[in-house]
Design a binder for this molecule. Structure first.
Ligand SMILES: Cc1cc2nc3c(=O)[nH]c(=O)nc-3n(C[C@H](O)[C@H](O)[C@H](O)COP(=O)(O)O)c2cc1C
Length: 344
């Protein structure tokens, strides 16, 4: 057999195997994000303030994704403890950028633990980019608009997380479906990860089709065994529909933590939100009494008053598995969908 014939025969057999599903083309999951972060599955745990602790982050990383500890508003002691709790597992962490700017020394405490990546959300990453890169960590910037994406790229972001309005927690107005491909088209040199409304393999497959090279999930991992959270809050996430979530500033006023524009927070609607939505000025007039009532409800696990932070993907979540199962399930579902699509 001549060399050309042999090559053609090998290609023919390989194609037949693919058609029959004997070999699976894993190519969708080898991309710039998996290479940059040195991970198997392009799945990132959102650095959810307090919810994403060291144990949850480590569980996601051990399953082949990347766990990001939720640095949130910045509690140095908590951050130290959670890096220690993650042990030798490669994890990263995230900060709320405008809050980090008030205590920038927290970044050094995080960098002392050699994080794989630092994610900055909600504010200008420029003042922190150099230190993050100098420490050998990747800079991930979460953005809510094309303008912010370009600023993040200028600041040296290694990866941009395009967060759509469907997301749980703080965010802005653009939807994931258009924000992701618009940023992908505008910034071909920077890999994009999609966030907001993604909770299963369909979401990961769709994100990859939009040109993203990974997903970052918050609400899905909140409803996991390891996540730090009240059992009743997790139960409500498994029971709620996407219709039951709402962006507002009611929650921020009630806990005396109002954010700079344009951010507001998506939570599950409850009696407290229904009472004050559209009457935020009245709520501010009653802020002292309502803040005390709100804090008490949070301590007591009364989620008719205290808020459950969750995105529209709550409607896709019906169980409380371990974080590793979430990673492997989402990756396997997406792979099957993409393979079936390729065969069609
Ligand atoms: C409970 C909760 C807390 C969050 N806290 C933070 C945070 O502290 N910092 C941050 O950058 N993003 C935070 N987010 C937003 C996530 O980074 C992410 O954009 C979002 O969870 C993605 O949408 P999804 O919830 O539909 O997966 C939080 C989200 C949730 C659900």
């Amino acid at each position: 057999m001549r060399q050309g014939d042999l090559a053609r025969a090998v290609v023919g057999v390989a194609r037949a195997c693919l058609r029959r599903g004997f070999a699976r083309p894993n190519m969708p999951f080898r991309n710039r994000v998996t290479a940059l972060l040195d991970i198997e599955h392009p799945i990132l745990l959102a650095p959810m303030d307090v919810v994403s602790d060291g144990a949850l982050a480590a569980a996601v990383s051990k399953a082949g994704g990347l766990g990001l500890i939720g640095g949130g508003y910045g509690d140095g002691g908590w951050l130290e403890r959670e890096f220690v709790a993650a042990g030798n597992t490669r994890v990263g962490c995230g900060f709320i950028t405008w809050s980090l700017a008030k205590q920038p020394e927290l970044l050094d405490r995080a960098l002392d633990h050699a994080p794989a990546a630092v994610m900055l959300s909600f504010g200008d990453p420029t003042p922190f980019a150099e230190r993050i890169h100098a420490a050998g960590a990747k800079l991930i910037c979460q953005v809510q608009s094309l303008v912010q994406a370009k600023e993040a790229a200028d600041a040296g972001a290694d990866i941009i997380v395009a967060q759509g309005t469907e997301a749980g927690g703080h965010g802005a107005a653009r939807g994931t479906m258009t924000l992701v491909p618009e940023i992908v088209d505008a910034l071909p040199r920077v890999p994009v990860v999609a966030a907001g409304g993604i909770a299963d393999g369909r979401g990961l497959a769709a994100a990859l089709m939009l040109g993203a090279e990974g997903v970052l999930m918050g609400t899905r991992f909140y409803a996991s065994r390891e996540a730090v959270g009240h059992a009743e809050a997790k139960r409500r996430i498994t029971a709620a529909s996407g219709d039951d979530t709402q962006r507002s500033i009611v929650f921020d006023i009630s806990r005396r933590n109002v954010w700079p524009a344009p951010y507001n927070g998506r939570l599950l609607r409850n009696a407290h939100m229904d009472r004050w939505l559209g009457r935020e000025n009245d709520l501010m007039q009653n802020a002292d009494a309502e803040a005390a009532r709100y804090a008490g409800a949070r301590d007591a696990g009364d989620f008719d008053t205290a808020g459950v932070i969750a995105g529209e993907s709550t409607g896709l979540i019906h169980d409380l598995p371990g974080a590793a199962e979430i990673v492997t399930r989402v990756a396997a579902e997406a792979e099957t969908l993409l393979n079936n699509g390729a065969r069609r």
